[in-house]
Design a protein around this ligand. Structure first.
Ligand code: FRU
Length: 499
């Protein structure tokens, strides 16, 4: 075991980070309050945990390029998930099982046990006959320096008949006497979530197929997560994953019942975490306040039907951000609500408020903001008093460009178009609106330098998209084609830079 090589590779990564980070932090497309790496490439959130008084976020990280390659685990800590202190890289490729330029330390999760922080991650390598993936463990007592287990890989292969190159992303939890993990696997070209159990986090036994695609959920499930949530009627389990091969869906959640005697999950509710183009590989954790927090990577992969590229930020030597952390709540109808963390309220500045306004015409209302580029908007529409069926929010606009959120009240459809956003992005995302029997519609949205996140339907419908709009795109409008839209209340805040 070459502890020395891992240390060397971490030190080498740090040299690269230190060389680039000052210039990268000046980048004009950098987010202002969304988590990013200091430089280089970032994808999935990994190992999210509240450990010894701090939030720890790890992330899939390539310090050497603004494109994917040779995966490391970057690491940062925070008191509020908005202001961050970067720590040294936690895991670097160093062993035969994870040291490969097109492999490395892939996604995984964290758990605390008897004061020690354990990471379960996927090692991906290629010995010459295709990629091989298996599950590994690393631990730390100080939450900074990590040691890979002598027993790695702790799960050396999937069960017989499974694809050994598609076996990854362990998410670990504890229930009663066992640790469990769920990970993704592929069999007969269909995606599955496998469940394993262990008494000590090192010796794992295959338990069952927790759930599987029969075609409707694609050929591979990346980054599965599995957790309990309670509502007024009791406890349910939620399985989330990022399916490959389901047209325009980047993420799915299922709500149902877990049977720990059999290792089977039976679900009745199917939903989407987010309908936007940029919400992938979500992972959750429970913090010290008891909240179930969900964080995702705000981007996607080249196999997705809508994919064009990862955006222009490579010109600034970085790529990738996380979406806003959200609290997950199980509603009475067993659907999930995704509420942006309340900590965001602590970075609000320059509040503006409008009440009881009737809006008509194209660009009928200029939304009051401080800078128009980086703000939060909360808008409540009085549906009962409005006479229009259709309105738009035109975001990050100048005379030529804008990102358009269309609300069609008759068709009960929400769509977000970035075809004319920035001369870069493309595509329109669509979802239903749950408007039955409602007198009001609330839309809550967050605009950062290079993203738009829209929450509506009492936080059950979300659209997250990257938009690389320039700073002169700072006008935001409510636009009404025919009739009148009655706004009962509108609030905006500028949001402080935290990162
Ligand atoms: C998801 C994913 C994971 C994998 C990681 C590699 O975005 O493809 O399945 O572990 O990224 O970086």
């Amino acid at each position: 075991m070459s502890i020395e090589l891992m240390k060397e590779n971490i030190a080498r990564a740090q040299v690269e980070i230190d060389k680039k980070k000052a210039a990268v932090s000046e980048g004009t497309m950098r987010q202002k309050y969304h988590f990013m790496a200091e430089e280089g490439w970032l994808n999935d959130p990994n190992g999210l945990i509240f450990f010894k008084g701090k939030y720890h976020f790890f992330y899939q990280f390539n310090p050497y390029d603004s494109y994917w390659g040779s995966m490391h685990w970057g690491h940062a800590i925070s008191d509020d998930m908005l202001h961050w202190e970067y720590l040294p890289v936690a895991l670097a490729p160093s062993e035969s099982y994870d040291n490969h330029p097109k492999g490395g330390c892939f996604s995984g999760s964290a758990i605390e046990h008897e004061g020690r922080l354990y990471l379960l991650y996927t090692a991906s390598t290629n010995y010459g006959e295709g990629f091989v993936q298996n599950q590994c463990m690393a631990y730390s007592d100080d939450g900074i320096n990590f040691y890979k287990s002598e027993k790695n890989p702790v799960i050396s292969a999937p069960p017989t008949g499974y694809d050994s190159g598609n076996f990854r992303d362990p998410k670990v939890w504890k229930h009663a006497d066992y640790f469990y993990l769920v990970c993704s696997a592929k069999k007969d070209d269909l995606g599955q979530a496998l469940i394993y159990r262990s008494k000590n986090l090192e010796d794992w036994e295959f338990f069952n197929v927790l759930a599987e695609s029969r075609g409707e959920f694609g050929y591979m499930w990346e980054c599965p997560d599995f957790f309990p949530l309670k509502n007024a009627t009791g406890e349910k389990y939620v399985l989330t994953f990022s399916p490959m091969g389901v047209k325009d869906r980047g993420n799915i959640y299922l709500v149902g019942e877990m049977n720990y005697d059999t290792g089977k999950f039976n679900y009745a509710t199917v939903g989407s975490l987010d309908w936007g183009f940029d919400y992938y590989a979500a992972q959750s954790f429970v913090d010290h306040k008891g909240r179930r927090i969900l964080v995702a990577w705000a981007n996607g992969w080249d196999w997705m039907p809508w994919w064009k590229d990862w955006g222009p930020t490579f010109k600034e030597d970085w790529c990738g951000a996380f979406n806003l952390p959200r609290e997950v709540i199980l509603d009475e109808d067993n659907r999930l609500k995704f509420v942006p963390i309340h900590e965001l309220q602590s970075i609000r500045k320059s509040p503006k408020n409008i009440q009881e306004t009737a809006v008509t015409g194209k660009n009928g209302l200029l939304i009051p903001t401080e800078n128009g580029n980086c703000f939060e908007l909360k808008l409540t529409i009085d549906l009962a008093s409005s006479t229009t069926d259709y309105f738009e929010l035109k975001l990050r606009s100048n005379e030529v460009l804008s990102t358009i959120v269309t609300v069609d009240l008759r068709k009960q459809l929400l769509s977000v178009s970035r075809d004319n956003s920035d001369n870069w992005s493309q595509g329109t995302t669509k979802s239903n609106l749950l408007l039955e029997d409602k007198d009001t519609l609330m839309i809550h949205l967050f605009v950062d330098q290079s993203s738009v996140e829209i929450f509506t339907d009492e936080y059950k419908t979300c659209h997250s998209l990257n938009v690389f709009a320039g700073n002169n795109q700072n006008k935001n409008y409510v636009s009404v084609a025919e009739g009148t839209l009655v706004i009962s209340e509108l609030n905006t805040w500028e949001l402080e830079r935290t990162i």
